[in-house]
Design a protein around this ligand. Sequence first.
Ligand code: HEM
Length: 405
Amino acid sequence: MGEQHHRFVFAETDKNLSISAAYGFLARMYDPDWYVVAEPEEYLRQREVMLPRFGNRQVAGYRDLMLHDAQEFISSLGADGRFEISSTLNTVLLRIAAGCFLGEAFGAILTPEFGELMDDFAGGLTFLPRWLPSSRRRRADRARLALRAIVADELEERRRNVPERTAEDMDFLDVLTSATYADGSALPQRVVVNLVLGVLLGGHETTIGPIGWMLVDLLRNPGELELVRAELDAVLGDDLSPTLAQFMKLKVFDNALRETQRLHPPTTVLARVAVADIEHAGYLIPRGTMVMVTPYGAHRMPEVFEEPARYWPARYTEFPASLNGLINFGGGNHRCLGARFAELEIKVVLGLLLREYDFEMVTAGAKGTSGLGPHHLTSPCFVTYRRRRQPVREEPRTAAAAGES
Ligand code: HEM
């Protein structure tokens, strides 16, 4: 653990440290030539297609959808009530991911069965050895086939009826449907299906932990909640449709989210396997050794984080160097593509919720899940809520729809 060692692991990935050898379960969930676990050359080809989809401008374009879904969710809550944190927010996050990555068709696709299939598919995220019989993995295999068929049908439909859109209006699926590798050759449909499934799963499975934990952390630290609230009230005010620039101004919120991700990183372990004997920091790492970086441990190092057990968002302004110790999104080439997307989504959904409602914990002693998949709050974990201001009106789902209304 420590910055120097993290840098080494991230820099050696796809050189002397193999990511695909460590994440064999991803090859089973998708295919052995799926993006992250593909051979380094194929990985880079697919990365060139994916990277531009997650640039600043593209992520900014998802704001409309995020805002619409967050407001629709808030309208459904009414003046007061209670909800179970992870399952309720997961529905909102899956809806946003489906809207952003499947486009207009998502309404027909996003049935309760689709949600269950995604949950079963996520069960494949496990380091359990392949030879170990597991019903969870069998369910994941079945869900994979069903989800592939759904996404492949939607892609076919797009290819048959190419929507007349300008490059500006093209959504994620339009772009991937017509994407080519840098040499001009088309991406095989199977590769596109896997890329879409990857962002659909990544788009909600890892975000559910930080959004749920941030709510709990703030309720446990009322002073910090007050600071986040004061900023939300000052920056978003009563605006029905806060702009991207307003969300970007939420610096106290940013620090609180960082602190939540420091204490409860959803990805507790990042793994690689040495494909050659390597020397590092005076140690010999023999070929075949599994090398791990643990955000969970690294984020609690007292040498890097003053009073590591304390929820203390201001540490990032008081000790800016501590930012370098955060590895919740990984690092190097394989650093999380969806980091900006996740942060904006959490700001929009949780930011608006905190602006509209007062919350109280119902379930005492909220805990994190254990096990080998992405970590989040254990369910059930309930909160009650009560409206603290007049409700906001709904916003049209797309910029185009806004023009029509
Ligand atoms: C707070 C939420 C998230 C966290 C903590 C997170 C964490 C991570 C981490 C640690 C990695 C690197 C794994 C490694 O090096 O072994 C990663 C990679 C990745 N993440 Fe995320 N992620 C989050 C949200 C998202 C979202 C919302 C998306 C998509 C919309 C996404 C898509 C990806 C992709 C495609 C990769 C692979 C990048 C590559 O290998 O080039 N993630 N994520």
